[in-house]
Design a protein around this ligand. Structure first.
Ligand code: NAD
Ligand code: UD1
Length: 333
């Protein structure tokens, strides 16, 4: 079965393409390369022996998306394409709503006219805003604290309304917690352009000597060691969640968390990185980052019940694979 993968050249999309190939699906990548390098195709080929079809284009180009769906005979879409920098979204909200919300509307219109009405959507734990309780389950109210988060809430609503209005549609929204890690081959991983916004790629760049010092944002949170706690999830576990969502053949709209259910603090992550890499990781405690929550982790029982999915890889595996990738490609690809 052919699957259109929007944003398939990006971090999570490229790893999901490998999982799709492994499971016998044929990914067709559609990406405008706004946050990815074409070299990703070479890396996918190195690992799998297959170079997926690739169309360079923007999801806001409805005609091109439709043409691509029809040309390749795609039967479903996995939709990763989005802008994702929280801070930037507060400065450029129009850009975020245009790319993430209008972009998705354009994609859905193209799908509708091509008669392709199955979609798996990249949502995020950000749709829970500041959590009322943890572990967070899917009954938790939806809200956001920034335009990026709202764009995810809005798209989820659009998908739910679409499935409600037309029973030919099936949409699954997967709410990722904190994706980290790399492919175990060390040939594919996160390739951030510029200064990383997120903890794991920052720690990796300090360990490899590309950056001198890690700032730990706050050590006075009400957590065991005072630093923020998150549910880090290996990107290949996340990738398998998408394959299982495609295989599940659900009806209507379905949304679920993808997390491990286990929280780790910033200090625990750094310590694991020190042990795995054998490197010193110089760090300093600084002020809390505005908008950060003390603690967030998932209840992932619904994904287990409905998709038969669960995460298998622990923090050591996540760090080991990131380190392998970082050592192989210290300057990225
Ligand atoms: P990424 O930036 O690595 O990948 C996104 C890809 O989409 C890039 O290759 C980019 O070039 C492409 N793209 C962006 N806008 C496009 C457009 N208009 N048309 C075509 N292509 C476009 O990001 P990622 O980390 O792989 O995230 C993938 C998805 O998962 C996003 O929707 C993101 O919001 C969501 N998500 C990510 C995280 C995370 O921490 N990485 C967490 C929760 C949810
Ligand atoms: C980020 C996004 C969130 C997204 C989530 C999933 C922001 C503000 N939020 O969340 O929308 O859903 O990723 O991937 O980007 N930290 C440091 N030093 C650093 C970087 C981070 O101490 O240099 C700390 C943070 O304070 C936090 C933890 O590390 O406690 C994880 O941070 P990060 O990797 O940015 O993820 P989130 O903030 O959870």
């Amino acid at each position: 079965m052919k699957v259109l993968v929007t944003g398939g050249m990006g971090y999570i999309g490229s790893h999901t393409c490998l999982a799709l190939l492994d499971a016998g699906f044929q990914p067709v990548i559609f990406d405008n390369l706004s946050n990815a390098s074409k070299a990703v195709l070479t890396q996918i080929n190195k690992i799998s022996g297959v170079t997926p079809a690739f169309v360079e284009g923007d999801i806001r180009n409805t005609a091109l998306v439709r043409q691509t769906l029809e040309h390749y005979g795609c039967e479903a879409v996995i939709h990763f394409a989005a802008l994702k920098a929280v801070g930037e979204s507060t400065v450029e909200p129009l850009n975020y709503y245009d790319n993430n919300v209008s972009g998705t509307l354009s994609l859905l219109q193209a799908m509708d006219s091509a008669g392709v009405r199955r979609i798996v959507f990249s949502s995020s734990a950000t749709v829970y805003g500041e959590p009322d309780y943890i572990p967070i389950d899917e009954h938790h109210p939806l809200r956001a604290t920034n335009p990026y988060g709202w764009s995810k809430v809005m798209v989820e609503q659009v998908l739910a309304d679409l499935c409600q209005a037309d029973s030919r549609w099936q949409a699954t929204a997967l709410r990722y917690f904190n994706p980290v890690g790399a492919h175990e081959s060390g040939e594919l991983g996160e390739n951030p352009l510029g200064t990383p916004n997120n903890l794991m790629p920052y720690v990796a760049q300090v360990a490899v000597g590309k950056r001198s010092l890690l700032s730990v944002f706050g050590n006075d949170y009400p957590t065991a060691d005072g630093t923020g706690v998150r549910d880090y999830i290996h990107v290949m576990d996340l990738a398998s969640g998408h394959v299982m969502a495609l295989k599940a053949r659900l009806e209507g709209y379905f949304a679920c968390n993808l997390g491990t259910g286990q929280g780790y603090s910033v200090t625990q992550l750094i310590e694991t990185f020190r042990q795995v890499s054998g490197k010193a990781i110089p760090c300093e405690f600084v002020e809390r980052r505005p908008g950060d929550v003390p603690c967030s982790y998932a209840n992932s029982e619904l994904a287990q019940q409905v998709l038969g999915w669960q995460a298998h890889k622990d923090l050591t595996a996540m760090v080991t694979d990131v380190w392998h990738w970082q050592l192989n490609y210290p300057m990225g690809i």
